[in-house]
Design a protein around this ligand. Structure first.
Ligand SMILES: C[S@@+](CC[C@H](N)C(=O)[O-])C[C@H]1O[C@@H](n2cnc3c(N)ncnc32)[C@H](O)[C@@H]1O
Length: 199
């Protein structure tokens, strides 16, 4: 596992490369979402986050963690990992990126896009029932659940279970109690990145 992290220049280059993939995926997913929403309003269909934003966030988090005395390569979890693009972006600088994904078809798509080994750490199941959030150093999500109450429930579950010292990258967060919580510290202005500082 390399002990490097993205420089400003590298993350721009990588972002440019993945942004075109992101654009195509987004068009496909918009179509798919229209179909899925007709049937099941509970879950968002796969909508990829902006690669620029994600790479910037990973860069900031790694920079923060590497300043710690006890630094070791952090592990990583994407909650609602879709086709595994975020896991793919994280694999250079994080120890064996993991994912949870409810939609089996997306895991199949991940396998054909990124290979069998890419799905080794993907748990096919419901993030609302997952019990191992305390295993991760960095937890990422991009609003997996469309139903606001269920999304809130998921966000609180993650915040309750994650360990002290772990970092949450919470894109398009629904439940904002974290901003007032004494258990969490917001690390960067303009980015929804929080560190759990007490139990
Ligand atoms: C908005 S997409 C985000 C995809 C990816 N994390 C990203 O940032 O590009 C949300 C993903 O969460 C998955 N999802 C929705 N509800 C879920 C649940 N309860 N448990 C696990 N995955 C879920 C969807 O299938 C979809 O792939």
């Amino acid at each position: 596992m390399p002990e490097t992290f993205y420089t400003e220049k590298e993350y721009r280059e990588l972002g440019r490369k993945y942004e075109s993939v992101h654009y195509v995926l987004h068009r496909i997913c918009q179509e798919r979402e229209k179909k899925v929403n007709g049937v099941n309003k509970k879950y968002y269909a796969y909508i990829p986050n902006s690669t620029y934003r994600v790479i910037k966030e990973l860069h900031l988090v790694l920079g923060h963690l590497r300043k710690k005395d006890n630094y070791r390569t952090p592990n990583f979890l994407d909650v609602g990992s879709g086709i595994g693009m975020i896991m793919e972006l994280a694999k250079r600088d994080f120890a064996s990126p993991s994912g949870i994904e409810v939609d089996k078809k997306l895991i199949e798509e991940q396998k054909s896009l990124f290979g069998q080994q890419s799905i080794g750490n993907v748990h096919n199941g419901d993030a609302l029932k997952y019990k191992e959030y305390n295993k991760y150093d960095v937890i990422y999500y991009y609003v997996p659940i469309e139903d606001k109450e269920l999304e809130r429930k998921l966000e609180r579950r993650i915040e309750r279970q994650m360990k002290v010292g772990a970092i949450l990258i919470a894109n398009s967060k629904v439940d904002l109690q974290i901003q007032k919580s004494k258990k969490f510290k917001r690390l960067f202005n303009g980015h929804p990145i929080y560190e759990k500082i007490r139990k």
